[in-house]
Design a protein around this ligand. Structure first.
Ligand code: GLC
Length: 426
């Protein structure tokens, strides 16, 4: 039996559909992956140089917030603390925090204020894993493996670490105003870090007491406590569903390139078209997209990210109503090849996203008689329609199983990355 831990408010979240993930910490300095301390087995003493040199002189979160809003994002989630343990706010529970670097400023506070000012909902990421805290019980996800720590004779008390987490979460949920999402990362019960080890239940009760409306992700390994599930680095083929096949609330988190933190030499950046299609691929399966940026150690967004955010924004400017408030299409509506459907149940409009522009005609199976009016979304120009039973020019014949609605397309694709046709259903 699933326990009832209360539920957060998903209404705004499912309307919003598109958010910005921000991974920022000391790992921006080595600039070769946020897991660098782990991958290169760097000791605390050697990692200290990044703390000592942390001084993002160009930090201006208003620019980040503006870039997010202009890309069409409606919320953001920032790493208040990532696995390295470094805290972006002026916490009283550790010295390992931004206000003790030469930079001195409470970046988290400035970031939250800036994004709120741009009208975005606020989300905080908090790492369960901590490679710096002396009481975090070391395991296979630690730069020093368990055996080494055991041999060194250092005793660690995970309970103390759990109390530290609760104290910090309490700070985060009492000192920064209304927080819309708390995003924990991550559990691995098969290797000794699950809800029991984290004392997830206590954490969730505390969270619900402090901010009952808040959304909690599904990485605390506590069944029934999550408001949404969080597939990462892939798009689920049919959305995320429960055992009975019901659609869950879900948010895919994705990177522009292979890493989350700023990674200078990682060059597998996705193209603008791929990213826009990725957004559509989330929404057409009933999900959200949380798209990640890793600001540099100067405190600015990577120019490769800025270019892409601007391209997404240019598309969103004309197509956002095919995203906001939209979800999976009614079950009997199956898009033709190279197309995706998103659907707004309130306005009863169906959006046909065309990933590969066809020649002259687009046949929508089973849609004959169901559409009042059709237009290209980018310029609201009419798209003529005809009901297709049998038409040699369309290549359909009388044996076609379902009656198609044929859209008459201009020969040349409109000058947008992914054209969308808006259908007003009867
Ligand atoms: C993975 C990575 C972590 C990143 C997270 C985002 O868990 O380990 O670095 O923060 O994905 O979902």
């Amino acid at each position: 039996m699933k326990k009832n831990y209360g539920k957060g408010d998903v209404s705004w979240f499912q309307d919003a559909r598109f958010g910005m993930f921000i991974h920022w910490g000391l790992y921006a300095l080595p600039a070769r992956h946020e897991w660098i301390k782990y991958y290169e087995k760097i000791s605390d003493a050697d990692y200290q140089k990044y703390f000592d040199h942390f001084n993002p002189d160009m930090f201006n979160p208003k620019e980040w917030a503006k870039a997010a809003r202009e890309a069409g994002m409606k919320y953001f989630v920032i790493t208040a603390k990532h696995h390295e343990g470094f805290c972006l706010w002026d916490t009283k529970y550790t010295d390992y925090k931004i206000t003790n670097t030469q930079f001195k400023r409470d970046a988290l506070r400035e970031i939250v204020d800036a994004f709120r000012e741009e009208g975005l909902h606020v989300g905080l990421y908090y790492s369960l894993i901590d490679w710096h805290h002396p009481e975090f019980e070391a395991d296979m996800a630690h730069p020093w493996n368990h055996e080494e720590i055991k041999k060194s004779g250092v005793k660690r008390d995970q309970k103390k670490y759990n109390q530290y987490m609760r104290n910090q979460v309490e700070e985060l949920l009492t000192q920064f105003g209304k927080i819309d999402i708390i995003w924990f990362d991550f559990s691995y019960p098969q290797h000794g870090k699950g809800h029991k080890e984290w004392e997830s239940e206590k954490l969730v009760k505390l969270i619900r007491k402090l901010q009952p409306h808040i959304l909690i992700d599904n990485r605390l390994d506590l069944e029934g406590a999550e408001d949404f599930v969080s597939p990462e680095q892939y798009v689920p083929v049919d959305g995320m569903r429960d055992e009975k096949g019901n659609l869950l609330v879900w948010e895919g988190c994705q990177t522009f390139s292979g890493a989350w933190g700023y990674h200078r030499d990682e060059n597998t950046w996705k193209s603008n078209k791929m990213l826009i299609e990725m957004l559509i691929n989330h929404v057409c399966k009933g999900g959200n997209l949380l798209l990640n940026v890793g600001p540099t150690a100067r405190g600015v967004l990577d120019c490769r990210a800025i270019d892409r955010l601007q391209a997404i924004g240019a598309w969103m400017k004309f197509h956002n109503r095919a995203i906001y408030g939209c979800t999976i299409a009614p079950e009997n509506m199956v898009p033709p090849e190279d197309c995706r459907y998103t659907y707004n149940p309130e306005t009863k409009r169906l959006y046909v996203h065309i990933f590969a522009w066809p020649f002259k005609a687009l046949h929508l199976p089973g849609m004959a008689g169901k559409v009042k009016y059709a237009q290209l979304l980018n310029d609201a120009s009419e798209i003529k329609m005809r009901d297709e039973k049998a038409d040699i020019h369309a290549g359909l014949n009388a044996k076609s199983p379902q009656r198609a609605l044929t859209l008459e397309l201009p020969t040349v694709q409109p000058n947008v990355e992914v054209p969308v046709i808006e259908l007003f259903l009867k």
